[in-house]
Design a protein around this ligand. Sequence first.
Ligand SMILES: [Zn+2]
Length: 510
Amino acid sequence: MAKHNNNNNGKAQEKDEKKLGITVKKSDNFSEWYTQLCAEQGADLVDTRYGVAGFVVHKPWAFKILRGIYDLLDKEIEEDGHEPLLFPTVIPEENLLKEEEHAGFAPDVFWITHGGNTKLERKLALRPTGETAFYPMYGLWIRSHNDLPFKRFQSRITVFRNEATTRPFLRGREFMFYETHDVFATHKEAMKQIDTDMKIMNEVAYETLKIPFIFFKRPKWDKFLGADDTYASDTIMPDGKRNQCSSTHDLGQNFAKVYDVTFKDKDGKLKYGYQTCFGPGIYRLMAALIAIHGDDNGLILPTAVTPIHIVIIPITFSKKPELTEKVLNKCKQVKELIEKSCFGIKVKLDDEDKSPGYKYNKWELMGVPLRIEIGPREADGDEVTIVNRISREKEKLNLKNIEKELNTHINDFEVMLKKRADEYFKGNTKDADSLEKVKKIIEEHRGFIKVPWCSTEKDGEKCAETLKAETMGGVVSGIKFESPEKPKKDQKCVICGKEAKHIVYVAKSY
Ligand SMILES: [Zn+2]
């Protein structure tokens, strides 16, 4: 091996000097900013060089954040009475295609056709989503009204779809998934669950992750295959496109009739159950976190999912080893003090042999909310320097009062994060009462556009096609679920000019 060493020197050096930093501004080129932030030079979230297009490797920092999102959802979903279970990854072809509309998924499905060299008697689908895996089993399990409501969920799994274009956390051929599948005796109870699903999204996405969104009832032509209606939460990305962060489907009795999900009711009669399924988008929430909170210096992570709350950085001098030792000792003391007195706060001491400047840069890229800097002058006293990732302002932190002071700093950070996101989102909805105005807004600002619309049923679809063509991709997001707005008396559909029946939201989509 020794003789190769010379040849490898160049490469070894290149590998050692990993360059950090994003070279474009988020406001100048969002797409490139996002790509760089996801890559090794940024927050090192994914590696796209796995060798199969659309399949990415999740690096530790990303995977820890994703686990955090799963934890938040699991807590809410279990508290709402759902039980966890785990289904096989494969679905028999005949089950996948049994529900006529749902069979529309088939062109996007990856199929397993062989076991070793032997051709399988029946093809197996790599699950594109869970309905057709769950419901044949529900048909076997559910017997009487006593079994209802029947609420189950599956977490921390991936699903597969043969997407044409892929982008980390926005569209992948294998992506992280979350699904609940519920059965109720009445449609009223099913609708109540949809309301609960929205409240769970509000708690997790908005209150905790600080991602603002609007919950929509989708138009009929844009519903989930096999559903009666689809309800979805959409946020807006900095490039002005809508990002669907969750969907809940009112499945009615469609799947129940196909997979025989029946129960014996109190009156002794056999009835079909009413079903709903809720899918918070793990990936889409991650994409929203990156895009909405991040800035030109990197990620900014909400405290609920950040792998580290505080990083301690020693300000050391390579030419003064006695000072370095003193500073490092103080850093260790402060770390222990935080661990001992501040329950739930995750702290890291970065004692790697790199310059303080490099470390500031690195942890800002990673989005850690707070950093503590300790230099020789602070090594003797009771005060150290603390820096907030959003404001990047330096303040003094009194070690004698550390629990109270750190909690205040974390709280201030959360308030700032929410305020920033709210302000960003507020400026992203505009009104338009003509196609010209819609076009202009889509060209200049994008975001949500509120427009008068003829119908959200089939006959509104033609107008939606025209809108999409005229605006190069504008789609109807739907009617706001909570407090839907009504058009004014003489308002006309922006496309066909017929009397407007609804106010719908329009946006560009990924
Ligand atoms: Zn119309």
